[in-house]
Design a protein around this ligand. Structure first.
Ligand SMILES: [Cu+2]
Length: 143
């Protein structure tokens, strides 16, 4: 192989690797992960966490629905449900609040307001019949 061609090829290879590295890095940092719904069976209850908008909108109230029912399917409307939003890879503070019972039995409603774009977790605490259930719902926030 010609020396100049080999040189050009190695530069091209380096450039490709550099671009690949930047792309992967960018991808990992900026593609927030998250789901629309998290369903958890815990201590005889099923907790469903539904983010109506996925990804969520930055600095906007995003409807957050929590549905609670017993293992036998009976909805539970007497729980006290609170939430705490945090970013798992940052120390930028938390946003907390309570979910109010909605008209549908076993359904609770809150508005989640993410303060930054990226990956968030909604940490849901359900207090029901002297029990404390915890469900973590990952979600993403975009501009
Ligand atoms: Cu943050």
């Amino acid at each position: 192989m010609n020396k100049t061609i080999a040189g050009k090829l190695s530069i091209l290879l380096l450039l490709t690797l550099a671009l690949l590295y930047i792309w992967l890095h960018h991808w990992n940092r900026d593609a927030p992960t998250g789901a629309e719904t998290t369903v958890a069976d815990t201590d005889g209850y099923t907790v469903e966490v539904i983010m109506e908008k996925a990804p969520a909108q930055l600095l906007k109230p995003n409807p957050l629905t929590i549905r609670l029912h017993r293992a036998d399917g009976q909805p539970v409307s007497t729980a006290k449900i609170s939430y705490e939003l945090f970013m798992p890879s940052m120390f930028c503070g938390t946003v907390s609040g309570e979910a109010a019972p909605a008209t549908t039995p076993g359904s609770y409603q809150a508005d989640a307001v993410p303060l930054m774009t990226g990956s968030w977790v909604a940490d849901i605490t359900v207090q029901v019949d002297g029990q404390r259930l915890q469900v973590k719902h990952p979600f993403a926030a975009i501009r």
